[in-house]
Design a protein around this ligand. Structure first.
Ligand code: FAS
Ligand code: PHB
Length: 394
């Protein structure tokens, strides 16, 4: 078995893992990233699209803001709608900040290029990732690399950034772990289509047939989602059926507005789940991103939470490894979880307010909440504050 030494072993080359690696490198702390998928696969995954302004600022402050500024789109707010009603919530007017539209796959490209420039070691296409001795100050990770060689990665700390299905969570003793979970009776069918968006900013639409969201990736590519039953088979949804459902749900009672259609080049069913695992730290193992928590995408929080976690974790690891000062590391889990639970609540609120059920009482409550939100500055400010996000570390 070959041995590799580093200061921080990072499991997972998603946004959490690569952004953590970049923030550590900014302070000269070495890391090795271990990823089970190929780099091409990781960079091609179609996922999130919205960045909170505090995340854009974090990227910009760390030399990663150029393409976000050039190719991203600054959005002042969103549209909330239900049949016959469409209301724009102007976050900049309400809370002084908006959001940025920038695809997660673009961010993955930026992070990968930054890591190349730093000349740091990453292992893609690994298997058998196993964590060892995380409750000592000499933890390690073993794995089989893409060439079939066994590798032991020795480190001062391990960052579990391995998403919803990774091994790092299990390295925390079951007796020490608490899991909080909420499943939903629906999912999203998401598409990417080569067609200019039919809106300038995102439309979140409640409709008796089901929720629909009109997002975008550029002036020529639209990203749209529609609520479907949880066990939906994508094969049952032809392009025409998808466009018909989106047109119905987004166009209901919107006189003079029509949804433009175009060739769909990507479609998938996305499961919904609220999940939080505590604590986010055990000994020298620190968990960040979807490895610790997943939220329904309705609140556009998943990627932003991952970034907020590692913005806290990087200085904690730097203090621990460089100065032997454990105070930030000891506070990491509690501090991160405050934002995790706020984002979990907001994602649950957006999801349960906008997704149709077959209960008439719930439908009346949902319409009432939407009417209150657009009519009351206090309610729309509360939504704006959560959607645009709070400063990191708050
Ligand atoms: P990630 O899951 O991105 O990365 C974890 C990495 O760890 C993966 O690359 C994985 O291959 C790797 N890994 C796992 N096990 C491993 C092992 N044993 N060894 C080595 N590596 C291992 N969020 C939004 O805000 N809006 C959206 O529209 C949205 N859509 C989504 C669609 C899908 C299909 C999914 C799954 C998520 C979506 N999300 C969305 C949430 C998503 O953006 C996550 O919040 C974000 O990717 C979190 O980043 P990471 O924590 O880095 O986890
Ligand atoms: C996206 O553009 O992929 C997106 C935007 C907002 C959401 C979810 C997904 O709430």
């Amino acid at each position: 078995m070959g041995t590799v030494q580093t200061e921080v072993a990072i499991i997972g080359a998603g946004p959490a893992g690569l952004l953590l690696a970049h923030l550590l490198a900014q302070d000269g702390v070495d890391s090795v990233v271990v990823e089970r998928r190929s780099r091409a696969y990781v960079e091609s995954r179609v996922r999130a699209g919205i960045l909170e302004s505090s995340v854009v600022e974090l990227l910009d402050n760390n030399g990663l803001g150029a393409r976000v500024a050039e190719e991203g789109q600054a959005h002042r707010g969103i549209y909330l709608q239900w049949p016959g009603q469409r209301h724009h919530l102007d976050f900049v007017e309400l809370v002084g900040r908006g959001v940025h539209l920038y695809g997660q796959s673009e961010l993955q490209l930026d992070l990968g290029r930054a890591r190349d420039a730093g000349g740091q070691v990453s292992f893609y296409g690994v298997s058998g990732t196993t964590l060892h001795d995380v409750d000592t100050d000499r933890p390690s990770v073993t794995f089989t690399d893409a060439d079939g060689a066994l590798v032991r990665l020795e480190a001062r700390a391990v960052a579990g950034c391995d998403g919803k299905h990774g091994p790092s969570r299990q390295a925390i003793p079951e007796a020490s772990r608490s899991v909080f979970e909420r499943l939903y009776p629906f999912a999203w069918l998401g598409i990417l289509a080569t067609v200019p968006p039919s809106t300038d900013e995102l439309i979140y639409a409640w409709h008796p047939d089901g929720f629909a969201l009109h997002s975008m990736r550029s002036d020529s590519v639209s990203r749209l989602y529609l609520q479907v039953p949880v066990a939906t088979d994508i094969a049952a949804w032809s392009d025409e059926r998808i466009w018909d459902a989106l047109s119905t749900r987004l166009g209901a009672g919107q006189t003079g507005w029509e949804l433009k259609r175009g060739p769909i080049f990507d479609k998938a069913v996305l499961p919904f789940q609220s999940f939080v695992m505590t604590p986010m730290r055990h000994g020298r193992l620190f968990i960040a991103g979807d490895a610790a928590h997943t939220v329904p995408p309705t609140g556009a929080k998943g990627l932003n939470l991952a970034a907020a976690d590692v913005a806290l974790l990087a200085p904690a690891l730097i203090s621990l490894i460089r100065e032997g000062d454990a105070r930030l590391a000891d506070a990491y889990s509690e501090t991160a979880l405050r934002r995790v639970w706020r984002s979990t609540y907001f994602s649950w609120w957006m999801t349960t307010t906008l997704h149709t059920t077959d209960d008439p009482f719930t439908s009346e409550l949902q319409r009432t909440v939407l009417e209150m939100t657009v009519a009351s500055r206090a309610h729309s400010t509360a939504l704006a504050e959560s959607y645009a996000g709070l400063p990191i570390g708050v």
